[in-house]
Design a protein around this ligand. Sequence first.
Ligand code: 5GP
Ligand code: ZN
Length: 115
Amino acid sequence: MDDCIFCKIVKGQIPCTKVYEDEYTFAFKDINPQAKQHILIIPKEHILTGLNDVNDDNSYIIGKLFYAAKIVSEMLGIDKSGVRIINNTGKDAHQSVQHFHIHVLGGEDMGEGLV
Ligand code: 5GP
Ligand code: ZN
């Protein structure tokens, strides 16, 4: 996707603070953090926009994203204290970037709001 911000980040065309990558996934710090640690984990390929695109063939990538989230949480030292993982899909969730991603938040007590 030529005009996708996250595809450009993966290609190095837009700078980011990368924290991890593997064959399938890419992780970097959110530019507008909502917690002390706020990492975005995305598939390297623009194969999904949101949850509605997940199907039997591509669902393995969701597992890869969660596995990357575990690794990143350990790397940042927030795995023991706890993390919150969020996916925004669509208008009501205010999804702003149409390249599937999960937010990994932690590093502080985030309270009981928003689940
Ligand atoms: P969404 O609202 O789609 O779930 O989340 C998109 C996230 O991408 C937002 O939290 C926003 O701060 C982040 N974001 C948008 N543009 C950039 C960017 O250029 N660099 C980084 N690091 N994060 C971005
Ligand atoms: Zn993309």
